[in-house]
Design a protein around this ligand. Structure first.
Ligand code: PLP
Length: 368
């Protein structure tokens, strides 16, 4: 169609969809493909949302977000930040789009560690910007000197998640401190995707915003911590000029995050999810140990709910096609990387299903 913009062709459709098409006729697959918690939103929080709707809190909030959620965020996790440094967003995806729009001119570069979350690269294409990938194989560590070498006069930002989707890597304080030096030297912005911040299993989480607060935009939300993936509520916190630019664009696009769900999300800030999240450390250990015992080559992930393992044979796509023929749904590494040598497991399922998945993978290890 001649009317479509060039950026439509520049942006690649998600490879994950092709895998779902392949799996469409599996009746009851062992599904380790979807990155969302296997628990539901806690009932008291659903009740808060229903109460808000019944109380008539169904109109727009101000663009920057409703009072309930804003005051909870500024009194709690973002104490010390000013009102003008916070925007309530349509979850992290909304914050990512607005931040790219506010930072990147056509032709500007954004650094992205590879493997990456699918949106990081495609959003750059959607805005005619240039994603510059930084290879972190085989252990997914950050090397500030290598990142430094990739910076050009067009580089504006670096986007990263810790814990990460798809690798589960958690960056150390030393790695982030070294990165902060590079960021300050070149006056870059770090877009810190903190969506998995509560899923950190082996010690306290180091945060880039503690090393270079003036250069960090923190994006977070409730999708993974409270299983509110369909509620579309999150936040952006960072330098005032950037937050105000994002607020301007939100005014002309998303308008505001859903009002009753913002109110329920405010209650979620005080709602303890640690028992539900602790089950994910057990799940990580079941899958990690099972794959180690089966002879797979993988790095132990420190957080999120993913394992990114090397295929024992074939490309990621070839191996995943064989998994699907054996009733197991996982995602080829090529959906998250410029290479296709690995596959991603999302261990968001019951422990029994995880063990079935590990058994299938063990049986496929030497199939070729
Ligand atoms: N960032 C990462 C790394 C994710 O894995 C996801 C969802 O899978 C998102 C952002 C999107 O999250 P949200 O539901 O908050 O838009």
């Amino acid at each position: 169609m001649r009317n479509l913009a060039q950026r439509v062709a520049n942006t690649e459709a998600s490879g994950i969809r092709r895998i779902f098409d392949l799996a469409a006729n599996l009746a009851n697959p062992v599904d380790l493909s979807i990155g969302q918690p296997d628990f539901d939103v806690p009932d008291p929080l659903k009740e808060k949302a229903a109460e808000a709707m019944r109380a008539g809190k169904n109109a727009y909030t101000p663009t920057q977000g409703g009072r309930e959620l804003r005051s909870k965020l500024l009194a709690g996790p973002f104490k010390g930040y000013g009102e003008s440094q916070l925007l309530v967003t349509g979850a992290v995806s909304g914050g990512l789009l607005l931040s790219y729009m506010a930072l990147l001119n056509a032709g500007d570069e954004i650094l992205i560690p590879d493997p990456y979350f699918v949106m990081y690269k495609q959003l750059a294409y959607m805005l005619d910007a240039v994603p510059v990938v930084y290879d972190t194989y085989p252990e997914w560590r950050l090397d500030a000197a290598k990142i430094d070498a990739l910076v050009t006069p067009r580089t504006k930002a670096i986007v990263l998640g810790s814990p990460s989707n798809p690798t589960g890597v958690v960056y150390s304080g030393a790695e982030l401190r070294a990165l902060a030096e590079v960021v300050k030297k070149h006056d870059l912005i770090v877009i810190a995707d903190d969506i998995y911040e509560f899923y950190c299993y082996d010690g306290p989480l180091a945060r880039i915003r503690d090393f270079c607060p003036e250069h960090t935009l923190s994006l977070g939300g409730f999708s993974k911590s409270h299983a509110m993936t369909g509620w579309r509520v999150g936040w952006a916190v960072g330098p005032e000029a950037l937050i105000q630019a994002m607020t301007k664009f939100q005014q002309f696009s998303f308008v505001c995050a859903p009002t009753p769900l913002q109110i329920a999300a405010a209650a979620a800030i005080d709602f303890d999810m640690s028992d539900a999240i602790a089950t994910y450390k057990v799940k990580r250990d079941i899958v990690y140990q099972g794959l180690v015992d089966a002879g797979y080559d993988l790095v132990k992930p420190g957080g999120a709910f993913y394992i990114f393992a090397k295929t024992p044979w074939g490309t990621g796509t070839e191996f995943v096609e064989e998994c699907i023929r054996n009733n197991l749904l996982v995602i080829p590494g090529g959906c998250f990387s410029d290479r296709d040598t690995h596959f991603r497991i999302a261990y968001c399922n019951t422990d029994d299903v995880l063990r079935q998945g590990v058994d299938i993978l063990a049986s496929l290890k030497n199939k070729r």
